[in-house]
Design a protein. Sequence first.
Length: 232
Amino acid sequence: MSPIPAAFMSYVRRDDQHENRRLTEFRERLSGEVGLQTGEEFKIFQDSSDIAWGEQWRQRIEESVDAATFLIPMLTPGFFRSQWCRAELERFLEREEELGRHDLILPVYYVDCPVLSDAAKRDADPLAKIIAARQRADWREFRFEPFNSPQVGKMIAWMAQQIVQSLGRGAPANRWSQNRRAGHGPRQPWQQRLRRARRSPRPSEAWPARTSRERGPSTPSIAAIIRPWQMP
């Protein structure tokens, strides 16, 4: 039996194919870095590599989402158009509400998304509005850098540190899975979070336009393009 995944990478397989499996390599690097920092295996589930031929893939994905502690959504335009990616995000939003946590979804902004950068489109999409208010790792510039570059290595190490810190706070994933199997819903569904956000907007956490320095040919510093994942 394969080990229970510690995280679930939610992504569009077509994006990974176009990027010559760079999303897969990102998963492998992040998984290895967390393992390096903790001394223990940190398995990140990815459907293309982790589902055996002939296995009931839909059930396996749902079980892996329920078992994982973290969700790592790779944000691209295709992500918000994918019914499966959206369902995985909704499922983890329910998990956070049930556990009273706000640090289990770790978004990676991989490609510019109009649904996030355009206010009208963002307001029309409940999930985009929620994810836009999240702290995130901005990978848009690192997308063009080799994984063996020092800047990319530092970024992955920093992301691993955020995961290690969240693990230190404790994440009772088993209780959430047991409640879901027993049919108990979350105490406060994610839709209510959206209503609260509409009443109390957080413009300072909106997705900002990149500055000319960030669009320049040189790789920007990590501090210039990331916002730490923090407990509100």
